[in-house]
Design a protein around this ligand. Structure first.
Ligand SMILES: [Zn+2]
Ligand SMILES: [Zn+2]
Length: 364
């Protein structure tokens, strides 16, 4: 018995010494760990670690209204080893890096429409494309009519920065020809035909017009990769076109606005005498889709997995998800998720699986 207590005391002493040691050397140890993480992150192609398949992530699940946990609208798509970014909302480029999906790795950016919350980070996206990979060609951007004007504005705003960076790092590190964007604008009138942007043997990317009036054009996107199918609605009120495109899709990423919760905010704005804000809360309900409508659409289209994004309004408590969804979980019988930043759904080739993970805080 005496030996047992002696051993226990010794073990306790060793543990205390170890903890104190770790505490005292926490700085140098963290530095070493940081070096390992940086080595790993910079040396490996994060896309190579994914199974062959179609993947979709939320680099921003929010909308224009401030939300501490949600960046502005941004959806990242990986098809095999090819990466695309749909919309660049506020904070989304930062999120892409934190998700270990380097913005510079994107083959192209696809825009749904030009509401401010969807274009906010476009300048940063172009900068990342240029600076992080010594690009000699501007970043390809696809989008409906109006894209030239938006890109020209961002390029003008970044002209001074362009000069500083070339002067500082030199043209070898930042080739002047890689600055800015290569514009691929297409016409997409409401009710018009599909626009096929990429039609390769394994991958087809299609844009289709949606209904976000008075914003026109506004489009959604569809990806078909080796038998797996993804549809991203973009901003739209309930749209038969989205329903048609989403028939049998493995994943539908659909925007969602809860009139019940927006009404709470509208009443608070009225009570505070902020009639202008109250009017805006009233107006936004008209050109978005409710979670219940999105659920009904997904059910009718036999979608496998429904991921809601462009969450309006901000929900300061997770417990508001129930009121936000209303009857949506009863209407749609498959898995339904209120999207969070970093959410990542994988659709491996040759299966019907949809696997969910979250790529933010990847290392914790
Ligand atoms: Zn929006
Ligand atoms: Zn919009």
């Amino acid at each position: 018995m005496k030996t047992f207590w002696m051993l226990a005391r010794a073990a306790l002493l060793v543990a205390v010494v170890a903890v104190v040691g770790l505490w005292l050397f926490r700085g140098p140890l963290s530095l070493k760990l940081m070096g390992r993480i940086a080595e790993h992150t910079l040396a490996s192609d994060p896309l190579a670690a994914l199974p062959d398949g179609l993947h979709v992530g939320l680099c921003g699940s929010g909308a224009p209204l401030p939300d501490a946990t949600r960046a502005g609208p941004c959806t990242v798509v990986v098809a095999g080893r090819r990466m695309f970014v749909i919309d660049t909302g506020q904070g989304s480029v930062r999120n892409l890096a934190l998700m270990n999906l380097p913005p510079a790795r994107a083959e192209a950016v696809l825009m749904t429409h030009y509401h401010s919350d969807h274009i906010a980070d476009l300048g940063e996206m172009m900068l990342q494309h240029w600076g992080a990979a010594a690009a000699t060609r501007p970043m390809p951007i696809y989008g409906p009519t109006g894209l030239d004007q938006v890109v020209a504005g961002f390029e003008a705003a970044y002209q001074l920065d362009r000069g500083y960076r070339i002067a500082h790092h030199g043209p070898k590190v930042l080739p002047p020809s890689g600055f800015g964007a290569e514009v691929h604008a297409f016409a997409a009138p409401r009710g018009g035909p599909d626009v096929v942007l990429i039609d390769d043997p394994d991958l087809k990317v299609t844009a289709f017009p949606v209904d976000h009036e008075p914003v026109e054009p506004a489009v959604g996107y569809r990806f078909d990769y080796k038998g797996r199918k993804l549809v991203v609605s973009g901003d739209t009120r309930l749209s038969p076109r989205v329903e048609a495109e989403a028939q049998g899709a493995d994943v539908l990423v659909h925007e969602a606005l809860s009139p019940t919760l927006v009404e709470v905010q509208r009443q608070a704005a009225l009570a505070a005498g902020r009639t202008n804000l109250a009017a805006i809360f009233h107006d936004i309900i008209g050109y978005h889709t409710t979670p219940e409508q999105a659920a009904g659409l997904a059910q009718r289209a036999h979608v496998r997995y429904l991921l809601l994004n462009h969450i309006v309004p901000a929900m300061p408590m997770r417990s508001l998800e129930g009121p936000f969804l209303g009857e949506a979980r009863r209407i749609f019988h498959g898995p339904l998720r209120v999207g969070q930043d970093g959410d990542f759904l994988s659709m491996p080739v040759g299966s019907t699986r949809v696997d969910r993970s979250n790529r933010l805080n990847h290392w914790l």
